[in-house]
Design a protein around this ligand. Structure first.
Ligand code: ATR
Length: 282
């Protein structure tokens, strides 16, 4: 009998992760014998866990908060996205038994937009709200797609400035007081802040007016609970082309599944519906 392929998602805590639902759906859909489980690891336990995957019978897995930077440091090899973003969300053991790390968040961000609005990257100017880890992945994706003017707005302007220092002269840092002035020149507007996330002011208005946005401008949020955030609701009302954040969660899972189980899975409406049902249920 073929060896059963096993993968995981680890974080601290991890019980809220929807990754098992995604990967187990694909395992079943493609008739593969394998498993994907949530495994909790404290920050103290994570290094030993990550360095003994093969001994535990694990081919690799996903890494989430708070282990993405620790995973980056532990990997023997890293892909270009992980190197540029400084964080690893996907681990796999390669043919030489080395621990490899990748970052699939930038891929997930762009693949979601490619699927929903194939012409989303025709413009060159972007406005990115927020300067945390998610913002790094979004900026890397935008640079890869040819955006050459990316304004990063953040409450703590030093964090936005750190991204300018990291990514270079196509990035510009700004404060929220200046943000409104950039709305009318942006081809793509991305919310990477937790503003409007369930439990973080989802009932409050988003602090920007999109009525003067460019014709055909795209708005996308990386938050997916609620699916329609105040940011997206206001952008949609103003006529922007809107893409919610759930697709990024689904698409970022694709490369990992392919590494561990050998099949490149498809993001479908059926999978999206399973996650939507789970969000409503919890
Ligand atoms: P992630 O890794 O998911 O991006 P993070 O590093 O905690 O998470 O970043 C959250 C982002 O939301 C940051 O840009 C944060 O701004 P600060 O860097 O100034 O903290 C932003 N954010 C969170 N709450 C906010 C609020 N009430 N107003 C404005 N920005 C907020």
């Amino acid at each position: 009998m073929a060896e059963m392929k096993q993968a995981f998602v680890t974080g601290f805590p991890i019980k809220h992760s929807r990754s098992p639902l995604i990967h187990n759906y694909w395992l079943q859909r493609y008739g593969l014998s394998g498993s994907y489980k949530a495994i909790e690891n404290s920050p103290e336990d994570f290094p030993h866990f990550a360095q003994t995957l093969a001994e535990q019978g694990l081919r690799g897995g996903n890494v989430t908060i708070p282990h993405k930077e620790a995973a980056f440091a532990l990997c023997e090899k890293r892909d270009a996205a992980a190197e540029a973003i400084g964080a690893v969300n996907t681990l796999w053991i390669d043919a030489e038994n080395k621990l490899n790390g990748g970052n699939t968040d930038a891929y997930g961000f762009a693949a979601n937009l490619d699927a929903q609005l194939p012409d989303w990257a025709q413009g060159k100017s972007a406005l990115v709200l927020g300067a945390g880890g998610a913002s790094r992945a979004v900026i890397y994706a935008l640079l890869n797609r040819g955006f050459d003017k990316i304004i990063v707005v953040n409450r703590t302007v030093e964090r936005a400035q750190a991204l300018v220092d990291h990514f270079g002269s196509k990035i510009e840092a700004a404060s929220w007081d200046q943000a409104q002035g950039f709305v009318s020149s942006a081809d793509v507007i991305v919310n990477t802040t937790s503003l409007g996330m369930s439990g973080h002011g989802e009932a409050e208005a988003f602090p920007l007016d999109f009525t003067k946005a460019k014709a055909g401008a795209v708005a996308t949020d990386i938050v997916y609970i609620p699916l329609e955030t105040p940011f997206l609701a206001q952008a949609r009302q103003a006529g922007l082309r809107c893409v919610d954040g759930l697709g990024m969660l689904l698409h970022q899972a694709v490369p990992g599944f392919e590494h561990w189980f050998g099949v490149r899975p498809k993001v479908t409406d059926a999978l999206r519906q399973i996650i939507l049902d789970d969000i409503l249920k919890r």
